[in-house]
Design a protein around this ligand. Structure first.
Ligand SMILES: C[S@@+](CC[C@H](N)C(=O)[O-])C[C@H]1O[C@@H](n2cnc3c(N)ncnc32)[C@H](O)[C@@H]1O
Length: 461
């Protein structure tokens, strides 16, 4: 198979470098745009980044501009919530050491496969793709009974795969499980996992649901091998692309499948030059539930208990897990802010709705800010003196009450001894917040309330 190194790749955007102003919070009216849009959408066509779509992943251009602006020489870059590895890939391409924390093992697989891309023997990979084509062709033409079986604990309301598609998927599993080389097997597992929903009777809208509920037809048959080989071919092209750009190096790359809240167990203090990250937002998006198919089919989950463990580790908890509590409060004091009053205002709304009213959402917001506090302490621990942290975070509207998450997070960070350099707003509006679109959960979102995303720039003195 010929590998075409694409020449029509999007050139690295001409990015405006962020300017570090005098210390002190920029007043809301002067929040300025200095970074490129942190939204993931642009990554969908970019080499390496395009392998796995991830909700609220951020753009590689944003990371590039951050690296150029804040790391004048080679250093160590950390993403405490690394998702599918956008920060890590850009850091590696820039010749920096890279560390990522992530609780979701499917995202860890994606980050690891991308981070190892420059070490893959491309000829072996291409020959394995050819072996796969032949194996699949042979087995689908014979009356072959696959040895693999669907994951036992994976229960769905309707059949996840039609019987024809399932047969093909099991043939794929037979091939993948027999690959001996770990790095190559990772690539095949990822190619399967990142395409597996597209030939199932489920789809992302953006949460995972039945196709029929979204007005789509069920899938009775599908060219499964084609979907996977197309993905593998893209991966092979991208690996060649990456290898052309990378010098031989002995970069230190660590992807830690654990909560960032356990960072002291894994990292020495004052060991990181730059943090670039985006924690989960205060929008109750359920990364773990939405990746159930991948977690079960990849063997990372065998029962709901395994998902529960991830849920417990998740930054900010989930509304469903705290809404019934009588009252969950902030675990820290934040003088000179209205955070307490705002949560109190929220708490009093829609009392007649019980846990679905303001109190449940105030509990959720308090749990979220308690984790923001732990996160800020983690940043202070890992950063070297004068190191910088760039935190992309979105605001929220809960029951019609606007929660300026960026401003509260900045104040929390200051309260643990970090300096606020500035808050930047690259994009004034954000769409698609499940909370404000849901009739059950929403109060009336006031039209003056906009969703935005901010980059909170912090420095360790
Ligand atoms: C907004 S996404 C980050 C996406 C990432 N910037 C990218 O481009 O792929 C937040 C990630 O944080 C992860 N996460 C949630 N709680 C965590 C925790 N306590 N420690 C580490 N990662 C966590 C989620 O699984 C999710 O992948």
């Amino acid at each position: 198979m010929a590998i075409v190194t694409k020449t029509n790749r999007r050139p690295a955007a001409q990015l405006r470098l962020p300017v570090i102003p005098e210390n002190g919070e920029a007043p809301a009216s002067t929040k300025e745009a200095g970074f490129s849009d942190p939204n993931f959408a642009g990554n969908k066509t970019l080499p390496i980044h395009r392998w796995v779509p991830w909700i609220a992943g951020f753009s590689s251009d944003f990371v590039k501009s951050a690296l150029n602006g804040y790391l004048k020489k080679k250093g160590t870059v950390l993403d405490p919530f690394c998702g599918v590895g956008t920060t890590l890939v850009e850091a590696i391409l820039g010749g920096h050491n890279a560390i990522g924390f992530e609780i979701n093992p499917y995202a860890v697989l994606a980050s690891r496969a991308k981070a190892n891309a420059h070490r893959i023997d491309i000829d072996e990979f291409i020959s394995k793709i050819d072996d796969f084509r032949q194996f699949y062709k042979k087995k689908t033409s014979l009356n072959y009974t696959p040895q693999s079986t669907p994951p036992k604990g994976f229960k769905t309301r309707a059949s996840f795969y039609s019987s024809q598609v399932l047969h093909k998927v099991l043939i794929v599993q037979d091939f993948v499980l027999a690959i001996e080389d770990n790095n190559l097997r990772d690539l095949f597992r990822l190619a399967f996992a990142s395409t597996m929903v597209s030939y199932s009777n489920y789809s992302y809208e953006p949460s995972l649901g039945r196709r029929v509920s979204a007005g789509r037809e069920e899938i009775h048959d599908f060219p499964v091998a084609k979907a996977i080989t197309d993905k593998l071919t893209d991966m092979a092209e991208d690996i060649a692309w990456m290898q052309e750009r990378m010098e031989r190096n002995n970069l230190d790359v660590q992807i830690i499948n654990d909560s960032f809240f356990h960072c002291q167990k894994h990292l020495s203090g004052a060991s990181v030059d730059l943090v670039i990250t985006s924690p989960p937002y205060l929008n109750n998006y359920h990364y773990n539930r939405n990746t159930r198919p991948q977690l079960y089919w990849l063997g990372y989950a065998q029962s709901p208990d395994d998902l529960k463990k991830l849920e417990d580790l998740n930054f900010g908890k989930f509304w469903q897990t705290v809404r019934d509590l009588k009252r969950l409060d902030l675990s820290f004091a934040l003088p000179h802010t209205d955070i307490g009053e705002r949560l109190q205002m929220l708490r009093k709304l829609n009392k007649e709705k019980g846990p679905y009213g303001g109190n449940g959402w105030a509990n959720y917001a308090a749990a979220y800010f308690n984790d923001c506090h732990r996160f800020a302490e983690g940043i202070r621990y890992v950063l070297k003196r004068r190191g910088t942290a760039l935190v992309v975070i979105g605001n929220s509207i809960l029951q019609g009450v606007m929660i300026p998450t960026d401003e509260y997070f900045a104040k929390i960070a200051e309260s643990v001894g970090l300096e606020l350099v500035k808050i930047d707003i690259p994009r004034a509006t954000r769409v698609g917040n499940s909370i404000i679109q849901s009739d059950v959960r929403v109060g009336k979102a006031k039209s003056s309330h906009q969703l935005y995303e901010a980059v909170v720039v912090l420095r360790k003195p």
